[in-house]
Ligand binder design. Sequence first.
Ligand SMILES: Nc1ncnc2c1ncn2[C@@H]1O[C@H](COP(=O)(O)OP(=O)(O)OP(=O)(O)O)[C@@H](O)[C@H]1O
Ligand SMILES: [Mg+2]
Length: 646
Amino acid sequence: MAFMGGGGMGGGMFGPGGGPRAAANPGNGLPFAGIAPEMQPAVEKLLAIEPEHPKPDAVFHHRPPKRPKLTLHWLLARQKKPLLLSLILVIIETVALQSGPYLTQLGIDRGISRHDTAWLVIPALLFLGTVFLTAVASRSRVRWTGRLAAWVMNDLRVQVFTQLQRFSLHFYSEEKAGVIMTRMTSDIEVLQQLLQDGLAQFAIQGLTMVIVTIVLFTYNVKLALITVVLIVPIVTVFSLWFRKASDVGYNKVRDGIAGVLSDLSESLQGVRVVAAHNRARHNVVHHRNTVGVYRDANNYTAHITAIYGPGTDMIGILGQAALLLIGGHMVLDHQLTVGELTAFILYLSAFFQPIQQLVQFYNTYQQGQAAIYKLRGLLGTEPGVPEAVDAVELPPVTGDIVFDDVTFGYYPDTPVLRDINLHISPGETISFVGATGAGKSTIAKLVTRFYDPIGGRVLIDGHDLRDVTLKSLRRQLGVVPQEPFLFAGSIRDNIAFSRPDATSEEVAEAVRLVGLSGLVERSPDGVDTLVHERGQSLSSGERQLIALARAFLARPRILVLDEATSNLDLQSETAIESALDILLEQRTAILIAHRLSTAMRADRIVVVDDGRIVEIGSHTELVNAGGQYATMYETWMRRPDTADVH
Ligand SMILES: Nc1ncnc2c1ncn2[C@@H]1O[C@H](COP(=O)(O)OP(=O)(O)OP(=O)(O)O)[C@@H](O)[C@H]1O
Ligand SMILES: [Mg+2]
């Protein structure tokens, strides 16, 4: 990213002809002087094997696409070829596998009983052949189902992630990050398991049961009927119990893992607060309990599986013993050959395995369905600030903002803003002041349409924000939020975030203007120094400066600075004053500030109190009016740390 952004060579390193282009690349220090002749053959060799990298064809629309409801069927129907191939391979695999007992019978009845060596060799060779066929079919099947699962999961992950990009802030304040992570990890993994192996196993075992039942009845109806009467009812009751118990177990496991992930993500994010308040031990205890719940759930499933698995095995073996007794008598009465009895008993054990596997599959299936249900909920959730079907592009604006009788609340019955009427003229700098929690940031969030008002309208250049596309709106807006967020990457990447195509000079200019030069010089790799996740390796003032530099680079028509300089020392703030003047020049700007020295620079000051606008006017007007602002100003002036600045 740094290279592409820095060099401004969006088309890639090499031209369409495939040959290296000796272009000057001012962004990365020395100009690019071409490839040394002795390295040319190596470069050509490399180019010959270098695959083409087409541009990603990703498109993003704020409006969710119309798609059918997410179901297992819909997921599979999109992958017809691997599905069909897997099915054919499953049939080959199962039939080949079930020929074993029949070949054993041939060997015994024709080979051993008649002392015919040829009939010993033929079944053995055929057996070898079927083993080989099963192995080949099984290998291809696993590859195809693997591919099927990989693609379905790929599509699903991209869809879910894209959907997460559409949601408004409301969604993220309601939903715990850990729970969203669970959707993307364990829920999707369960589905993957189902598609990769579960469905194929279901087909194999189901088919095996059908084949074995038919075979058992064709061998000997009487013996088959005895088997059915003796064994099937017990196994059915046992399996029904297991199904019910494992349902309960699965729900416990699922809630357990969601709990563990949520707790983990929260304590990782809050690690500083945890350390500062000596809550480490408490956290360990809490996490131990959460993990304990998960462990108990897993113990429970292990417990019931331990009853069910060996239990069905035992029923199967007892069944075989009974058959040996009854079948043995039939052999003695010449109703059955030894080979047939052997095949029958072998088939019977082949009848048992699928039952166990099918019940296990039922579990995976249940889990998969629950995951689909959750993901369907996520994919079906409408974004909080939907883009209208007939939304138009917001043309380049002059920056005229109108709040027309706006009411807003994060929850409909507790309004946070009431009767907001305000007209901000193009190019005007307006500042919002007021007590903590008065609603200043909330007003700013309505301008950027992070939320929609409950009553009234917000207009920019006469366009209701709900009627324009989100992209065209946000392209013209710049926001420096109260808590700026930095991504893991270089300082340059973070600054150029607002305009990835910015040149190195432009980035450097932004760095200089906001007063980040000192930091860049101190950092080991200059502007390419990596900052840690969330900017943890920087001070909060430095993070604010980077966020300001982002805004400089984007040069939007309308700028919202929410306490953008609150973490700077007064000296640094004074130092970037002129830069702010450049930034605010001819732009409509909303400044939110507790520090009145910042607020005073605005053309007009709006005093917000408990969600209402109580005063509007210039600094002098408001001081002379003797209202809330005048009181605030007086208190502020009397503070010893501000006295020497003014
Ligand atoms: N995501 C949210 N969900 C619910 N309530 C919220 C949310 N964000 C803010 N609030 C509430 O809305 C009110 C106004 O908050 P806002 O952030 O606009 O205050 P502010 O004036 O910017 O305060 P500060 O000076 O501390 O930044 C507060 O009472 C706050 O508790
Ligand atoms: Mg605020």
